[in-house]
Design a protein around this ligand. Structure first.
Ligand SMILES: [Zn+2]
Length: 123
């Protein structure tokens, strides 16, 4: 699979992945490329509910209000989401390294790469 026409790297997780927005940005393109899920997640859908009303002009004592409901599928810990954002942000750099062929690298170069990844992932 040839990867091309993707948003250029480097990609950065918003505030190093610590921001609750969860966005990962392409720095050169200045736009988001992904958003990680955090907390409760599921499918959102519009719903309506009947609530007490204070419409004295119409004389009604209830009104229908629209709101968003969610079918929950689970929960993602914020710390896990933070690490997911950092991992996704590394994608362009990892792709470049893979395209260059890690098998041609020396042991020292692989260790240097591991250290660079460790520095980017660890706080
Ligand atoms: Zn943010």
């Amino acid at each position: 699979m040839a990867l091309k026409n993707y948003s250029p790297g480097p990609w950065k997780a918003c505030h190093g992945g610590e921001c609750s927005c969860g966005f990962i940005w392409s720095t050169p393109a200045d736009h988001p490329v992904a958003k990680v899920e955090s907390g409760e997640w599921g499918d959102d859908y519009p719903a309506v509910k009947i609530v007490p009303s204070e419409h004295r002009l119409t004389g009604t004592s209830f009104e229908v209000t629209a709101y968003m409901e969610q079918i929950g599928y689970g929960r993602i810990d914020p710390e896990v989401a933070q690490q997911n954002a950092r991992l996704i942000a590394l994608s362009p750099e990892m792709l470049t390294l893979l395209q260059q062929g890690l098998v041609l690298l020396t042991v020292e170069e692989i260790n240097e790469w591991k250290n660079r990844v460790r520095i980017l992932i660890l706080p």
